[in-house]
Design a protein around this ligand. Structure first.
Ligand code: FES
Length: 168
């Protein structure tokens, strides 16, 4: 077999073997420059952190609480400290929820003056101040202190276990 191979293909380092290797490539050539080298493999990028990463799980709205009839779970009771407000979406409606000395209240999030987001305002006592132009609204009644001819809708709030629940 060795003699037959040598007659057909030439000597191992002969001109015919080199010409054949140049035209067909050498299957034994696995150098990085070879056309036969294996494709490079790039490790996939690390997965992006999940939304809310870094937020303690305890402030996520609890999923294991069944709200009272007609109510919807919107926040964990520890999500807001006293004197804080937040904007939440419940049933497709933006709501401003506030913690007034440990008691929760909910009003419509949209300021009637110019659509300011009340949930991004500042809470002082039971008055939330719109971040746009400063109109103040009573979290308990929805009445506007700045312009008494207007008000915002209020929503009933109940606490159940660790959940703040709002009736829409
Ligand atoms: S939009 Fe709220 S005070 Fe103007």
């Amino acid at each position: 077999m060795g003699l037959l191979r040598t007659l057909l293909l030439g000597r191992e380092n002969g001109i015919r073997s080199k010409l054949l290797g140049m035209t067909l490539g050498s299957p034994s050539d696995t150098s990085p420059d070879s056309a036969y080298s294996a494709p490079t493999y790039s490790a996939p990028a690390a997965p992006a952190p999940a939304l809310g990463a870094g937020t303690p799980a305890s402030v996520e709205p609890p999923r294991d609480v069944t709200p009272p009839e007609g109510f919807e779970v919107v926040l964990h009771v520890d999500a807001l400290e006293s004197g804080q407000v937040a904007e939440v979406i419940a049933g497709g409606t933006a709501i401003c929820v506030g913690n007034v000395d440990g008691e929760y209240f909910a009003i419509a999030n949209t300021c009637p003056h110019g659509d300011g987001p009340l949930g991004e305002g500042k809470l002082s006592g039971h008055l939330v101040t719109c971040p746009y132009h400063g109109w103040a609204f009573d979290m308990k009644t929805g009445e506007c202190q700045t312009n008494p001819s207007t008000s915002v809708e209020t929503f009933a709030v109940e606490l159940k276990d660790s959940a703040v629940c709002v009736r829409l």
